[in-house]
Design a protein around this ligand. Structure first.
Ligand SMILES: [Ca+2]
Length: 322
């Protein structure tokens, strides 16, 4: 009787674990905002997920698998097989195949099983502490890229309605190069060479090609209390046209957006994109200011390579005087 109940418990633990794993690994995963941050968290999440799986497999193995070493080895092998099997199957479910995920899963399974062994079988504290350190070290390394992204998200949170002043490196997590061509992609760097506000600005080297410039991860912020998006742009050479585009966060097939071109004269230019245009424009150009996803600053289709300096990107409040 007791054995039946034990079997039942093992089956339930295994079924629940595999169900959660299936949902997490094959369910739709779309991080529309701060996708890099959530992607890194998800990658690192393979470690605890597979640690849990390996522990459950060890527990649920049938009693007839006798030697302890064999049980550990079997649980580990099964966990790795599942980790690689999942990555092989994921493309069938619209998910990306990533070797790093399988490796993280393998590390998680290994850490769980060695941990259980260290705690169960040895009274040796050196082993236990060593294992705890390995666990902390692995999780720190795995979570580091997510932490780096989090610095950008925290900067955005702390400085809104400033969108970019380029005085801190964390802002590069929000402002990323976009467009250009494969042989000449766009690039950005913070520089002290120019500044409209503070001591630094963002030097943008637009690649040769389409939509070259920089884009800002706006994080779904509410822009409705603001009347304009403003920025200072330094043009070191002859005049050219720069476009500013704002996208809303929406699952609609054609999310609203606001776009306008500005001719840049040599030297400093103040660009102002009135947000009141967002409601009054043609239907296609209308956007809701409640959840803004992205700002892009770029040159047109098939442009030659252009350089400019961007600084003091911010939103103007409705009641601000000029
Ligand atoms: Ca600045």
């Amino acid at each position: 009787m007791a054995q039946d109940r034990m079997m039942l418990r093992k089956s339930i633990a295994l079924a629940v674990t595999l169900a959660v794993l299936t949902a997490v690994c094959f369910g739709p995963a779309q991080f529309r905002m701060d996708a890099r941050f959530w992607g890194h968290v998800f990658d690192a999440g393979h470690i605890p997920m597979w640690a849990w799986l390996a522990a459950v497999l060890l527990y649920a193995l049938p009693a007839r698998v006798q030697s302890m070493a064999r049980r550990y080895l079997l649980a580990f092998t099964l966990a790795i097989a599942i980790a690689f099997g999942v990555e092989l199957l994921q493309p069938l479910f619209g998910r990306a195949r990533t070797l790093g995920d399988a490796i993280n899963g393998t590390m998680g399974a290994g850490l769980a099983l060695t941990g259980i062994a260290a705690w169960r079988r040895s009274g040796n504290w050196l082993w236990r502490c060593g294992h705890a350190l390995a666990l902390v070290g692995t999780l720190t390394v795995a979570l580091w890229p997510a932490y780096e992204e989090l610095r950008g998200i925290r900067w955005r949170q702390a400085n809104f309605p400033s969108l970019g002043n380029f005085e801190e490196g964390a802002e590069l997590k929000l402002w990323r190069p976009q467009g250009g061509s494969r042989s000449q992609p766009s690039s950005v760097q913070i520089t002290r060479a120019r500044a409209a506000n503070g001591e630094q600005s963002l030097r943008v080297a637009g690649g040769a090609g389409d939509w070259a410039g920089v884009s800002y991860e706006a994080g779904g912020k509410d822009w409705s209390p603001f009347r304009a998006l403003a920025m200072d742009v330094f043009n070191p050479r002859g005049p050219f046209k720069l476009f500013v585009r704002v996208d809303e966060e929406s699952t609609a097939p054609q999310p609203g957006r606001l776009e306008r071109g500005f001719t840049l004269n040599p030297g400093w230019n103040r660009i102002r994109l009135p947000l009141t245009d967002a409601q009054s424009g043609p239907q296609a150009g209308r956007l809701s200011l409640k959840r803004i996803r992205r700002v892009a600053v770029f040159t047109g289709d098939g442009e030659a390579q252009r350089f400019w300096f961007l600084d003091n990107v911010h939103l103007e409040k409705k009641e601000d005087g000029d």
